[in-house]
Design a protein around this ligand. Sequence first.
Ligand code: ARG
Length: 458
Amino acid sequence: MKKLWGGRFTKSAEDWVEAFGASIPFDQQLVMQDIEGSLAHVSMLDACGIISADEAKQIQDGLLTLQKKAAAGELTYHVENEDIHLNLEKHLIDLIGPVGGKLHTGRSRNDQVATDMHLYLREEIKEIAASIRHFQQVLLDVAEANVETLIPGYTHLQRAQPVSFAHHIMAYFWMLDRDYERLNDSLKRVNQSPLGAGALAGTTFPINREMTAEALGFAGIYQNSLDAVSDRDFIIEFLSDAAMIMMHLSRFCEELILWSSKEFNFIEMDDAFATGSSIMPQKKNPDMAELIRGKTGRVYGHLMGLLTVMKGTPLAYNKDMQEDKEGMFDAVTTVKGSLKIFAGMIETMTVNSEHMKAEVHNDFSNATELADYLANKGVPFREAHEIVGKLVLQCIQKGIYLKDLSLEEYKATHSAFDDDIYHDLDPFTVVDRRNSAGGTGFSAVRKAIEVGKQVLKN
Ligand code: ARG
């Protein structure tokens, strides 16, 4: 078949070679962006007197027809036409005749594809940011309902100090908030127009790049044509943001998986977000959380993939860059899907607050409190630490906890102990005393939830 670029060729590539080079199987996802870019370009060609108003009208009508067909899923794509740009140009020429060939005046597929990607990511980033906001709202709701629910806090996955469950949940709220901020900030760089850079060097036609940039809602234009067509930083940046989001979700998944085990038993996933086993009738597996944890790997992979694609490419466009798309599309789908599933999982999970409470009452996570108690009575903290360490050892040997030691036993260890220690040892007291800014005390947590609400309002 005759190529749109076939002039200097004497024979055509074999089908299997053609198929290897084609991007149409995946870049057809950019059909709407490509048409949008072409509409802006043709209006500019008209306004700048590069093509006639009549020609522009014919091309615009043709593009609008293609747009409708694409929306209805009626456009067909062919590997012989390589990519979305040539497929659409071919459709246009078939539809309106040779005048359709004027659309490509003063542009190249190189600035065209870059424009499509910028338009695509701009929308997707906004959608992902909105999903993050929704997820944050879900986290806020769970936090608000669980300010006084206690859960063991861990370091090294060893019980450390009890915390408010809301505090734990809000930690993820703030992680996600940074993710939101990062995405928002990246829009500055995504929202720049490469259109009009041509193949690499600009064009002899008296085009107006600001005009197409404005029509497409871009905040500005790339200042250098070589950079405009060969920059993929904005995609790498997105993939990096996506990787960070997935890393946060994956950590949370790991906790949900642990928490829903019999060993922890802190939460129960709703049936709608769990699956059974084909052999073991008792099983209820936290599949969705495991899957999100697993999918994190592919998003990291896409980031490393594109960084590697770009590292050895000289200026300007190289066909290597066609490899920027599948990873980006997949990262978008993965992040969006994961955020949606996550919000559902969190919204519907059961918090086993009674069990959590029983657990924090039966461990040594109040030991720091006891050391602080002595320190407050003038015992040097190092010494207090040693004394409490000995008491813990005594308890372990007897199979009891600090609250179970008698006042006599305490007094025998240090005279500064009094019967108010039992109040201090209560996990509820332990948590509620930590009202330093950002701490787990109930009033500190309530304050943080209010700040969180303000964040979502703005
Ligand atoms: N399909 C190509 C890509 O995705 C479009 C740009 C092709 N440009 C070229 N000079 N072959 O990168």
